[in-house]
Design a protein around this ligand. Structure first.
Ligand SMILES: [Zn+2]
Length: 408
């Protein structure tokens, strides 16, 4: 990691102390989107963020695709979405949100290699602050050298704990409560799909909390991969499932599809390659979230590990297939609405646990007005959640029976 790529600006809090002008120190710093901007500056980019009080922050660059990352301790970005900000065409996308307790992150995807020419925080007499970042174009090889180290050590807290390659989990036999990990998709810097007032990350968090209660009442043990609006890297979601000793991993989504009139629930299974365009787009969008935050571990793992995982997957995949079938049957039996192709395959990283049957459930599509209405209806949700409980129960019984057969 070249020095140039990291600009660390951790301010001592001391100077805030002069006078009462600094305002309420315990209050969270808030971004004022109306006074903030991301604009062209000569051949480069100017990012000015108006915040209600000074905060420690740091910035760094990442490659593939080129991105500027800024971490703040801690900024409330409020209800406004990054898309609302006036934006330079040199910034392909802009995302912000909480990434970890006490930290917020902004990620700007750039149209090419840049370097951080300057980064400063100016504080007005009122205590309000402005963070001013200036990026200028950089030669490709210098940019590559500067970003070769990836995420700087100090910013690596977003990475999950390394997953120990323990023996594959013993499959459930029905002797103990079923352990279910629910994974509300997206969160924090990655809001997922947005349609009207509905934001996928929020809709799925509500749904997952309610579903957790339904499953617990049904005698299952439930863990959530996130229980607040925070960014959780995909690999960390899998780590949560392992740490919980999960029997089943259920990722919950409500995406928007641009093409066609997608409506109704869909169960996705892991595929090596996404089978059609819509599946490929979904997989791309979901896996992109990790790239955005600079966490991409997908290339990791040595050959031995890969072989071990492949062996485990050979037993796990048919179990996941049956799980998908059981969920679809239960949802249909409850009168719930399924997509006309209820079971599909896509290359979702989050489904890659080798020894935990994992499926991704699109509860509905936010792009469909009918689905949005259903998702907003607590009565409809309760019925759908009961159907998931019934599906999981039916699957667990059949799965345990098969486990007994294998063992004999
Ligand atoms: Zn999603």
């Amino acid at each position: 990691m070249g020095i140039r790529a990291i600009a660390l600006h951790l301010l001592a809090a001391l100077w805030i102390g002069h006078g009462a002008l600094a305002g309420d120190l315990s209050a969270l710093a808030r971004l004022d989107p109306a006074a903030s901007r991301v604009v062209d500056a000569g051949a480069g980019i100017a990012i000015d963020l108006a915040i209600s009080q000074a905060v420690p922050y740091r910035t760094f660059l990442l490659a593939d695709p080129p991105r500027l990352v800024a971490d703040f301790s801690e900024v409330d970005f409020g209800p406004s979405r990054p898309a609302a900000l006036d934006r330079s065409e040199r910034v392909h996308s802009l995302g912000w949100g909480p990434v970890r307790e006490g930290w917020s992150r902004l990620v700007a995807e750039l149209d090419g290699p840049y370097r951080i020419e300057s980064a400063e925080e100016r504080v007005a007499e009122t205590g309000e602050a402005e963070i001013r970042l200036r990026l200028v174009p950089e030669e490709a090889d210098r940019f590559a050298a500067a970003t070769a180290g990836g995420v700087p050590e100090a910013a690596r807290w977003a990475l999950p704990e390394p997953v120990a390659l323990a023996a594959p989990k013993r499959r459930q036999t029905g002797a103990a409560p079923l352990i279910v990990v629910l994974d509300p998709g997206h969160g924090g810097i990655d809001p997922g799909a947005e349609a009207g007032k509905a934001v996928e990350a929020e809709v799925m968090l509500v749904f997952a909390r309610e579903l957790a209660e339904v499953l617990r009442r049904g005698g299952m043990k439930v863990t959530l991969t996130r229980d607040e609006d925070v960014f959780v890297p995909l690999e960390a979601r899998i780590s949560v499932a392992r740490a919980a000793g999960s029997d089943v991993f259920l990722s919950l989504h409500a995406d928007a599809l641009a093409e066609g009139e997608a409506t109704g629930a869909t169960v996705y299974l892991l595929a090596d390659e996404a089978s059609d365009t819509a599946s490929a787009q979904l997989a791309e969008r979901h896996d992109r979230a990790d790239l955005l935050a600079g966490v991409d571990l997908s290339g990791q793992g040595d050959l031995v590990a890969a072989v071990m995982m492949e062996m485990a997957r050979t037993e796990t995949q048919p179990r996941a297939d049956r799980l998908a079938g059981a969920l679809v049957a239960a949802i249909k039996a409850s009168g719930g609405r399924m997509h006309r192709h209820p079971i599909q395959e896509a290359a979702f990283s989050v489904l890659k646990s080798p020894d935990i049957p994992s499926v991704l459930l699109e509860v509905g599509f936010l792009s469909s007005e009918a689905d949005r209405r259903r998702l907003a209806d607590p009565v409809w949700r309760a019925g759908f959640q009961e159907a998931i409980l019934a599906g999981l129960r039916a699957w667990a019984i059949a799965d345990a029976a098969e486990a007994q057969l294998i063992r004999q």
